[in-house]
Design a protein around this ligand. Structure first.
Ligand code: NDP
Ligand code: 8X3
Length: 254
């Protein structure tokens, strides 16, 4: 059994990863996010479908450095060895030109997507010391490869994730930790609702006239990445809906 720690497991890609990996009977799951109630609901669904899958849920705000350090140091003793970290927690806030952007939005994105990922990685790597096959998967984005209009700070955070993935691959090489970046284009999750602060209509319009990726699509790719033999690492995997050529060139059937 390999133990997988998934951040941001309460919805979207993180939730789908939990469910896909649970279905494979070779993983036990450490699930965290801020919404503990949602995690417990997901845990119940998983345990109904896959009763032999061990799941432990805990509340975590990745922006809170002390909470990350203390929570990881005080995990139940049977959960202190981690094989796989999926650095998935992340968000976008707003879509405004840079001179009109909200500094609060900028702080939330930088604190979550960059500093949160750093805190989680720093305090999770020691939990991977005993793993025979340690692996970190970071959720990057097409926004970490290109910049699109009004995407400014979100794109900057995902470019930072791209740089950190490369840096981790170098720094963690001697520890034998594989590091992979999975970089999706448009995936229909709660992402756009969060970006547009609960405006469901605006969020829905983002995916109008295309078949976007689903959390399940990304989870299946992550499952494939994790199942490669010991000598194979997928460094970077960019995946788009067929209808999306670049961050902004999209063919919509309207
Ligand atoms: P969702 O909004 O559906 O899920 C985001 C998850 O991140 C939630 O579980 C949320 O949990 C968690 N999260 C947000 N802030 C925090 C925090 N401070 N501490 C802990 N957990 C947090 O979006 P996605 O599933 O789409 O996003 C997952 C990742 O994929 C993100 O990193 C995103 O940038 C990336 N991505 C998404 C794409 C898309 O088009 N959807 C494309 C490319 C990359 P909670 O609110 O309970 O804390
Ligand atoms: C999320 C995808 O295109 O909104 O990272 O940047 S996009």
């Amino acid at each position: 059994m390999r133990t997988v720690l998934i951040t941001g497991a309460s919805s979207g890609i993180g939730e789908a990863c939990a469910k896909v990996l649970a279905s494979e009977s070779r993983y036990r799951l450490l699930l965290c996010a801020r919404r503990l109630q949602r995690l417990h609901e997901i845990q119940s669904e998983i345990q109904e479908l896959f009763p032999s899958c061990d799941v432990f849920c805990f509340e975590l705000d990745v922006r809170d450095r002390e909470q990350v350090e203390n929570t990881f140091a005080n995990l139940p003793v049977e959960w202190r060895d981690v094989d796989i970290l999926i650095n998935n927690a992340g968000l976008s806030q707003g879509l405004d030109p840079i001179h009109e952007g909200s500094t609060g939005d900028w702080d939330r994105m930088i604190d979550t997507n960059v500093k949160g990922l750093l805190y989680v990685t720093k305090y999770a790597v020691p939990l991977m010391e005993n793993s025979p096959a340690p692996h970190i998967v970071n959720l990057g984005s097409i926004a970490g490869k290109e910049v699109y209009p009004n995407g400014n700070v979100y794109c900057a955070t995902k470019h930072a994730v791209d740089a950190l993935t490369q840096a981790m691959r170098i720094d963690l090489l001697t520890k034998g930790i594989k590091v992979t970046s999975v970089d999706p284009g448009m995936v229909e999750t709660e992402f756009s609702e969060v970006r547009f602060k609960g405006d469901k209509e605006r969020a829905k319009a983002v995916y109008k006239g295309i078949t976007p990726l689903s959390g399940q699509d990304i989870a299946e790719i992550i499952s494939f990445v994790l199942s490669r033999p010991a000598h194979v690492n997928i460094n970077d995997l960019l995946v788009m809906p067929t209808a999306q050529a670049t961050g902004t060139i999209i063919k919509r059937d309207l």
